[in-house]
Design a binder for this molecule. Structure first.
Ligand code: HEC
Length: 182
């Protein structure tokens, strides 16, 4: 909810802030004044003004690929009954979804932030419960429901060709998914 408010603020307040900085229109020059060469025109060898700093903003597909990676790890963490790792990976998925809400609240005129809110408050919450209860059967059912939610949004955003399913092999073999020995 906080995120949506922030996004709404960013959309409504920032353009106004921009307007406030716009200089007032210059008063028209008297018609009789001959066009004199401007004394302050930049010379060719004048030092260039520093380029404004442009922050790098990742595209939605980059966030999605991070989610995909964590979604793979989540499966193998739970399969190994490494519940703290499963909790961590699901938390990361949620965090990235939150970042998407902040950075891409609207996608092709669709309310992506609201659509994500539905998944975060339903499918993700159900999975959190399964993990907290260390209930593998419940986890598997919840994982399939999460996949259905991923795919429903892909279909709803004309990305129905992106199909998410249960993984068959870990995306990485250099991370041990077994619970850490105490
Ligand atoms: C609220 C909508 C929404 C939800 C929920 C969602 N996605 Fe996406 N996803 C998108 C959109 C939109 C794109 C297309 C992005 C683009 O075109 O830049 C996308 C693209 C992708 C891609 C393609 C990226 C690529 O380069 O191949 C993957 C993978 C992906 N999503 C994974 C997931 C997974 C896994 C889930 C669920 C855990 C999920 N998504 C949930 C909206 C969503």
């Amino acid at each position: 909810m906080k995120r949506i408010l922030f996004a709404a603020l960013a959309v409504t307040v920032l353009p106004l802030a921009g307007l406030a900085q716009t200089p007032p229109p210059a008063s028209p020059a008297p018609a009789a004044t001959p066009a004199a060469p401007k004394a302050d025109a930049p010379k060719a060898d004048a030092p260039k003004a520093e380029a404004p700093h442009k922050a790098y903003v990742p595209g939605l597909e980059q966030f999605m690929n991070v989610i995909l990676m964590e979604h793979n790890k989540l499966w193998f963490a739970a399969k190994a009954r490494n519940w703290p790792l499963a909790e961590y990976e699901l938390g990361e998925i949620k965090e990235v979804m939150g970042d998407v809400q902040d950075i891409v609240p609207v996608f092709k005129n669709l309310p992506l932030a609201d659509m994500l809110d539905a998944v975060i408050t339903k499918e993700i919450v159900d999975l959190e419960k399964a993990i907290a209860e260390k209930d593998y059967k419940k986890f598997v059912a919840g994982y399939d429901k999460l996949n259905a939610a991923c795919n429903a949004c892909h279909q709803g955003t004309e990305n129905g060709f992106v199909v998410i399913k249960r993984p068959t092999t870990p995306a990485f073999t250099n991370q041990d998914y077994r619970p850490a020995k105490k």
